[in-house]
Design a protein around this ligand. Structure first.
Ligand SMILES: CC(=O)SCCNC(=O)CCNC(=O)[C@H](O)C(C)(C)COP(=O)(O)OP(=O)(O)OC[C@H]1O[C@@H](n2cnc3c(N)ncnc32)[C@H](O)[C@@H]1OP(=O)(O)O
Ligand SMILES: O=C([O-])CC(=O)C(=O)O
Length: 373
């Protein structure tokens, strides 16, 4: 049957929204975030600057930054009932599913949930930015029979998050690199999870529901779940030669290599990956151990030679998180936590200028059947 409607599998190349939040400009090689280049921002600004930029539309003054940090600190605490729910989950539950459950349950604490005004959603976004790191870390701890950790008020936002996921206070270098990873993960135009959140929001459903859907989307290893998959793949090899062989075998078997490829960057390197590669180098310099760095570079060379495909952010974020001492099942939840701000900005924008998403299909099934014998 001839297709009657425009159809692009995976919505490849289809424009799904008008936005003033972000844009991947592949011609000028720029990740535009409210007018700024994300890569430049990651060199000079912190995650809280990006939070202010995404939610308020402008970079903050020093005083505004202090104010949002103070405000976020008042939101670190999570209702005990959320932890009680997490305690009821089977131990094999992935922390990403614990996080999905936790964010979903927070909806019940909102007394004005049907109010989707920009101001209300912005207040919710700040509350979520305070609570999500606490839920991320403690869902992992609870599911691993460890006592939940209490956030430390005397640390910066990112240092406290680092403390929650590792159980130790970061050195200045560790804090800087962890914060940079949060900046790089904060927002990226219209990936599957953001699209999911906007589709849910477009029915006038609430921010918690939109985020819950986005968590489920981001968990998949074609998307955010790739950072954990990359680390498991790296751990399969003990030497550079073994890692090269592993990648070659996977290519031979026509398997997807985690941490490579991207719908928008296609055959170019994700510029965020380069920033994390530099961070990995710094961590290796400090430790005097370059094995992971050399394995990653070797993997890059094999993929360039055999497939002409380059790393995305997850490829280098994974070994960076490993070197920082973060448990692997927390890599994707950390990505989601950082992306919370971008997702909230998109839900706010969708609610403020909404039309329900309702696409059509090319029907390729049967017609004119009859139930009568
Ligand atoms: C931060 C992030 O969320 S970034 C994404 C993280 N995800 C991953 O790293 C998972 C691995 N990568 C992939 O699966 C893909 O590159 C995606 C999902 C990111 C993009 O998918 P799409 O845009 O649909 O590209 P698609 O999967 O069609 O790939 C196009 C071609 O490149 C190949 N290809 C793409 N990525 C890879 C890869 N990682 N390993 C091997 N081959 C690949 C495909 O096999 C396909 O080849 P073919 O045309 O010969 O069949
Ligand atoms: O843009 C995408 O499709 C995936 C991605 O890199 C991200 O969400 O950071």
């Amino acid at each position: 049957m001839k297709a009657e409607k425009n159809f692009s599998p995976g919505l490849d190349g289809i424009v799904a929204a008008e936005t003033s939040i972000s844009f991947l400009d592949t011609v000028q090689s720029e990740i535009v975030i409210r007018g700024y280049d994300l890569i430049e921002l990651s060199k000079t600004n912190t995650y809280l600057d990006i939070v202010h930029l995404l939610l308020e539309g402008v970079l903050p003054t020093e005083e505004e930054k202090r104010k949002i940090e103070d405000e976020l600190k008042t939101e670190y605490e999570v209702p005990q009932e959320i932890f009680n729910i997490l305690h009821l989950l089977p131990q094999q539950t992935h922390p990403m599913d614990g996080l999905r459950t936790g964010i979903s349950a927070l909806a019940g604490y909102d007394n004005d949930i049907d109010n989707c005004s920009v101001e209300m959603n912005k207040n919710r976004a700040y509350k979520l930015l305070g609570k999500v790191p606490t839920i991320v870390a403690n869902s992992y701890r609870i599911l691993n029979n460890q006592q939940p950790l209490t956030p430390l008020q005397d640390l910066s936002y990112s240092a406290n998050f680092f403390y929650l996921v590792t159980g130790k206070k970061p050195t200045p270098l560790e804090e800087k690199i962890f914060d940079t990873s949060l900046v790089l993960y904060s927002e990226h135009e219209m990936p599957n999870s953001t699209f999911t959140a906007r589709v849910i929001a477009s029915t006038r459903s609430d921010l918690y529901g939109a985020l819950t859907g986005a968590v489920a989307s981001l968990k998949g290893n074609l998307h955010g779940g790739a950072n954990e998959a990359v680390m498991y793949m790296l751990l399969e090899a003990k030497t550079v030669a073994e890692f090269e062989e592993l990648i070659e075998t996977k290519i031979y078997k026509k398997e997807k290599i985690m941490g490579f490829g991207h719908r928008v960057y296609m055959k170019k390197m994700d510029p965020r990956a380069l920033m994390m590669k530099e961070a990995l180098k710094q961590l290796c310099d400090q430790k005097g151990d370059y094995l992971l760095y050399e394995m990653c570079e070797a993997g890059e060379r094999v993929m360039e030679r055999e497939k002409g495909i380059y790393p995305n952010l997850d490829y280098y974020a994974a070994p960076v998180y490993w070197m920082l001492g973060i448990p692997i099942p927390l890599y994707t939840p950390i990505f989601l936590s950082s992306r919370t701000v971008g997702l909230c900005a998109h839900v706010m924008e969708q609610h403020a200028n909404n039309r329900i998403f309702r696409p059509r299909v090319n029907y390729i099934g049967e017609r004119n059947l009859t139930s009568k014998q």
